[in-house]
Design a protein around this ligand. Structure first.
Ligand code: NAD
Ligand code: MG
Length: 384
């Protein structure tokens, strides 16, 4: 029987790549639901091409426009913020690709886990802020969580070579972003254009800025803690500018297993859909003889304070990652809107963390309140 797939955030960078992967995999993989937030034109185009049974638009302000564009297409159209969790839990769906950006994807990820779906999880922020709740919900409902983030897909693949107790450490690789060799002044005053110019990966704007601050790597450390049921002291970060080794696992006997590939999200997306099988796909194969030298270096934690803070927040746990993530999301929005300097992003995260008294565990409601509080603090501190 074919696998019926929902893509939450189908108009984004991961969403569009997921559709390319599904196209190439053939009729065994079927697009059953598509969702977006604002871009109704793009969503309507995808719906006409892939003919999913269900369509959802999380921003209710554009629902009339979407219904008009999809008049007569036959799909069930859901709108409003609850429409994503509704789609994620539909009985006709086997795999939910979470490709929404930010904490906004939390309720849908939880709904997919509760409904026992396979989660092909790209949207890392819900794991960062509610990793315990999300992984426990998945376990209780036999939902698999398969990583799409390239580093975590690499670790997931390498871990298959040993037992959990045989793992010594997880080594996350990082490209280092566009400011790897910049000086502190250049970083502090970097323009939006420069921050969006990633050297190796093509991605949505929020994660591209996160790569430039190295917040992305901090989020990935926390993501790894929950995905692989480990602790932060077992996770190291190495800067690897060529982005060929997507991450590594070191076992207790000293053996290090790396997963390699071209910097292309299609491969990890595909693996999350086909696991435990491997199928031919559209990712180009590595030409090892043309790669030249692969380099690895320690990250500069003084220059990239956001990564240092991320390790601290990961060790602290509780509400600390919620504050870190929400402050970052809000600060990145301010930066992309041209209201604050690049260097202010990490300062605003620090400011929120300084003001917050960390709580060891939170209900979903409390977690959402802390998230809102940090966003308001950032707005207050960055607008006149
Ligand atoms: P993007 O900005 O390109 O796309 C985001 C998608 O989410 C769009 O379809 C948009 O309509 C939808 N969306 C935006 N705001 C929403 C909201 N409030 N509610 C519901 N839907 C909303 O983002 P992206 O680069 O594709 O990243 C998606 C997620 O995947 C992020 O969490 C990111 O960290 C993660 N990720 C992305 C890449 C990559 O290569 N792009 C790699 C690893 C992980
Ligand atoms: Mg990644």
């Amino acid at each position: 029987m074919s696998k019926r797939i929902a893509i939450l955030g189908s108009t984004g960078s991961i969403g569009v790549n997921a559709l390319r992967v599904i196209d190439a995999l053939g009729p065994q993989y079927e697009v059953a639901a598509l969702t977006a937030h604002n871009n109704v034109g793009h969503l309507a185009e995808q719906v006409r091409r892939y003919r999913p049974r269900h369509v959802a638009l999380s921003n209710p302000a554009k629902s009339i426009e979407l219904k008009h564009l999809l008049n007569g297409c036959g799909a069930e159209i859901l709108t409003g913020p609850d429409s994503l969790p509704q789609v994620a839990a539909l009985p006709g769906i086997d795999i939910v690709i979470t490709a929404v950006v930010g904490a906004a994807g939390l309720q849908a990820a939880l709904a997919a886990a509760e409904a026992g779906k396979r989660l092909a999880i790209a949207n890392k922020e819900p794991l960062v802020i509610a990793g315990q709740l999300l992984t426990e919900t998945a376990r209780a409902n036999n939902a698999d969580i398969i990583p799409v983030d390239s580093e975590h897909s690499a670790i997931f693949q390498a871990l298959q070579a040993g037992r959990p107790e045989e793992v010594n450490r997880i080594i996350l690789t990082a490209s280092g972003g566009p400011f790897r060799n910049a000086n502190p002044d250049e970083i502090r005053n970097a323009s939006v254009e420069k921050a969006l110019r990633h050297p190796t990966w093509s991605m949505g704007p929020k994660i591209t800025v996160d790569c430039a601050t190295m917040v992305n790597k901090a989020l990935e450390v926390i993501e790894a803690v929950w995905l692989f049921n480990t602790t932060v002291d077992k996770i190291a970060v190495l800067v690897h500018p060529e982005s060929v080794v997507h991450s590594m696992v070191e076992f207790v006997d000293g053996s290090v297993l790396a997963q390699m590939g071209t910097p292309d999200m299609c491969l990890p997306i595909q693996y999350a859909l086909t696991y435990p099988k491997r199928l031919k796909g559209i990712s180009s194969h590595l030409k090892l003889d043309q790669l030249g030298t692969l380099t690895f270096e320690k990250p500069n934690l003084e220059l990239f304070r956001a990564l240092k803070l991320g390790f601290e927040v990961a060790a602290e746990g509780g509400s600390a990652p919620v504050v870190y993530n929400a402050a970052n999301e809000a600060a990145v929005e301010e930066f992309l809107a041209g209201r604050i300097k690049f260097g202010r992003i990490v300062e605003l995260i620090e400011l929120c963390l300084d003001k917050h008294n960390v709580r060891p565990s939170l209900s979903l409601q409390e977690l959402l309140e802390v998230d809102q509080w940090a966003r308001q603090e950032v707005a207050r501190a960055s607008r006149p």
